[in-house]
Design a protein around this ligand. Structure first.
Ligand code: PMP
Length: 406
């Protein structure tokens, strides 16, 4: 599959060689969380064994070593996203916290008559914070409709995006459908009417390499654990000027410049948004994950993933009653599906018995499930370490399940 050695890549991920329920693990739940290469585990181990201390405080060498490792990881993320400055790279707990940080910060800036626009395919993390912002401010939450294929409906977009739109928040890649949205185009339209753009990059970063300056967005959020790094850390990219205008999200140590009982002033970016001791080892781990990704031929990675999803779509016809939800022209390696006569959760359980891990349910996208009139789907989500053989194993298992249980 493509121009790189998948077998060698798989050896970099220790968990991929384990067995589950007596069968070799076929891990197709990467959309929920991706596995970690040895390089990430080693970097975190090395950090704790050799460099750990608190950051930005040390009157001692370990404090300096920890700070260098931590800030080095921030620079690695900056380069990965092509942000202009590390002042624009804020560590968060993940995509969820990153979006909440922005939505919270906009509280004083919106009022009745303003509109916040999201799409119908959003994850709850990119719906609920906006819904609550609307509730706090009197603004109205509006929704861009989608087509049955799972693409943004252009007529609806035209209708909903207006002078009243203050925020346009949408996902780069849909976690439930795989749809890749045309970010640069959407951002350009929003900017033309002066709206702030917030892009949920959680499902994009494992597949694509976003260039925030080329995309032109004001904010871009992602989670480390979906991009082969550890859990517990994520990133908010924000345009410097907007971050300057946004109030802090949490208050305490690290985020202050000067504290007195009468008045407190804020630290400079990015620290203004990083109250308390941060996830230091996790930042180091995320940096190592990006370094690892940087060592892989991007074009080959993308070609390999395209081959996986294309093969999966071809094989869908081989399972009677199978229906794919999400058939956008531009689509990442994510396949949501249903099989007539089988509940998605039963599909998940029966596949697990064969060592195949997928996700079932509403995928934190209940409005999207409502649009398709289903309570949930089964979802296989692929990473660059998956193989065509694994796609075939998935379908062999699905054919068997369909034969035995329908
Ligand atoms: N947005 C999308 C599109 C996602 O897939 C996810 C994770 N399922 C999130 C946001 C939330 O990410 P996290 O749970 O890491 O904060």
């Amino acid at each position: 599959t493509g121009g790189f050695d998948v077998a060698a890549i798989r050896r970099d991920f220790p968990i991929l060689s384990r067995q589950v329920n007596g069968k070799p693990l076929v891990y197709l739940d990467n959309g929920a969380s991706a596995q970690k290469p040895q390089a990430v585990l080693d970097a975190m181990d090395r950090y704790y064994q050799q460099q750990h201390s608190n950051v930005h405080r040390g009157a001692h060498s370990l404090g300096d070593a920890a700070t260098v490792a931590f800030e080095g990881a921030r620079e690695t993320v900056r380069r990965f996203l092509n942000a202009a400055s590390t002042r624009e790279i804020i560590w968060t707990r993940g995509t969820t916290e990153a979006i909440n940080l922005v939505a919270n910060g906009l509280t004083g800036k919106l009022s009745a008559g303003d509109e916040i626009l999201v799409s119908h395919m959003e994850h709850h993390a990119n719906i609920v914070p906006w819904q609550m912002l609307a509730e706090r401010t009197g603004a109205t939450l509006k929704v861009i409709a989608i087509t049955p294929e799972g693409e943004l409906d252009q007529d609806s977009l035209k209708q909903q995006l207006s002078e009243r739109t203050r925020v346009l928040a949408f996902t780069h890649v849909s976690n439930a459908l795989g749809t890749i949205n045309p970010v640069a185009e959407l951002v350009a339209r929003a900017r033309a009417i002066g709206a702030i753009t917030v892009v949920d990059g959680a499902q994009a970063v494992p597949h694509l390499q976003p260039d925030v300056q080329a995309l032109g967005c004001d904010f871009y959020a992602f989670s480390s654990h979906k991009v082969f790094g550890p859990t517990g850390i994520g990133v908010l990219y924000g345009r410097e000027q907007l971050l300057e205008e946004l109030p802090p999200y949490q208050y305490g140590g690290e985020m202050i410049e000067r504290v007195s009982f009468e008045k407190t002033t804020w630290n400079a970016l990015p620290y203004k948004f990083e109250a308390g001791t941060p996830a230091i080892a996790e930042a180091v781990g995320l940096g190592a994950a990006i370094d690892y990704l940087n060592g892989i031929d991007r074009a080959a990675l993308e070609a390999s993933e395209s081959a996986l999803i294309q093969r999966a779509h071809e094989l869908a016809d081989s399972v009677p009653g199978m229906r794919i939800i999400g058939t956008a022209r531009n689509k990442a390696a994510v396949m949501s599906f249903l099989i007539d006569g089988l509940h998605p959760s039963d599909i998940g359980t029966l596949l697990d018995q064969q060592g195949i891990a997928i996700r079932t349910g509403h995928h934190c996208a209940m409005p999207l499930m409502d649009f398709y009139g289903v309570p949930g789907t089964a979802r296989a989500s692929f990473a660059f370490y998956n193989t065509l053989e694994e796609v075939e194993q998935l379908f062999t298992a699905l054919q068997k399940i369909q034969r035995l249980f329908v």
